[in-house]
Design a protein. Structure first.
Length: 294
């Protein structure tokens, strides 16, 4: 009777669907997720013959400004959203492209294209699925860093949402910076972005938002690792009780080769210890990443 909501960012026109996802479709979506995870598990098991360089692959996958083309698909499934404690989902498609600038510098372009599913948040609102606002950051980074690897540059957010409730409707600009270090088995760092609205419709709220993502990874042999990379956000123009979202948690993953193709898969779980009213209680994040080392 109703259309299936495809739940899902790298966080087009949104399609109105049912106020609630039909149970049969929800079960089908969950079965699809189980199938995907099963396929990835089989690939992990089959990758053992290509594990000789996986410690380097792990660090490559964990470094947000590594000099390598990569294509991560990061899915964030949020639980306990809205007055009905619904599920909300965002699939971020996050291509990373590095460019040489002379012999001493690189520019790393990181985009985030979110595909979103929003549950009904009120009596008169339907569920929606579509594309959210696209963001882009450009990092200038040394080609030959020392113990401290860093990058800094402009950040932008574009009003590409297919439905006004799935985007901010503004063009945002600001700065983004990343710093990290690799010490033995450890890779530790943080990524900070702060943007503010500079153009857009006057009837939409002005945005000033910060995103902070600390990340800590401990790498084992054969590409396995433990990881924690919560995404902390602050809405500087929001009221005090709706300003911060602070998750805590972590998980693990593995970088590996399937044939000659380098890949990375990780799974993390986070609990929001500070959050706005009706925001998610828990988040399950699954990421699959294709790597193309130079």
């Amino acid at each position: 009777m109703h259309d299936l909501v495809i739940e899902n960012e790298w966080n087009g026109g949104f399609v109105n669907v049912t106020p609630r996802c039909p149970p049969v479709r929800t079960k089908s979506w969950r079965r699809a997720c189980v199938g995907i995870f099963g396929t990835i598990t089989a690939m992990l098991a089959a990758s053992s013959d290509y594990a000789q360089d996986t410690p380097e692959l792990s660090q490559l996958a964990q470094n947000p400004i590594a000099k390598a083309i990569s294509l991560p698909f990061q899915n964030n499934l949020n639980f306990g959203v809205g007055p009905h404690n619904d599920e909300q989902d965002t699939l971020n498609i996050q291509p990373v492209l590095p460019f040489n600038v002379g012999n001493d510098w690189n520019v790393i372009a990181r985009a985030i294209i979110p595909l979103e599913y929003e549950p009904p948040l009120g009596q008169a609102r339907n569920s929606m699925v579509g594309v959210g606002d696209t963001s882009l950051a450009l990092y200038l980074s040394p080609s030959h860093p020392g113990d401290i690897i860093w990058g800094v540059g402009p950040a932008f957010a574009f009003a590409t949402a297919s439905h006004e409730e799935l985007g901010q409707g503004k063009f945002d600009a600001g700065l983004s910076a990343v710093v990290l270090t690799i010490q033995g088995h450890w890779l530790i760092g943080a990524l900070l972005t702060d943007v503010v609205s500079v153009a857009g419709p006057s009837d939409r709220n002005t945005v000033h938002q910060m995103t902070l993502q600390p990340f800590i990874n401990y790498n084992f042999s054969r590409g396995w690792y433990l990881a924690s990379s919560p995404i902390i956000t602050a809405n500087w123009r929001g009221p005090d009780n709706r300003r911060w979202i602070v998750p805590l948690g972590g998980g693990g993953g593995r970088a590996f080769r399937f044939g000659k193709q380098a890949m990375n898969f990780q799974l993390q779980v986070f609990k929001n210890v500070v959050s706005a009213h009706d925001a998610a209680d828990w988040t399950l994040r699954a990421q699959f990443q294709l790597l193309f080392p130079k």
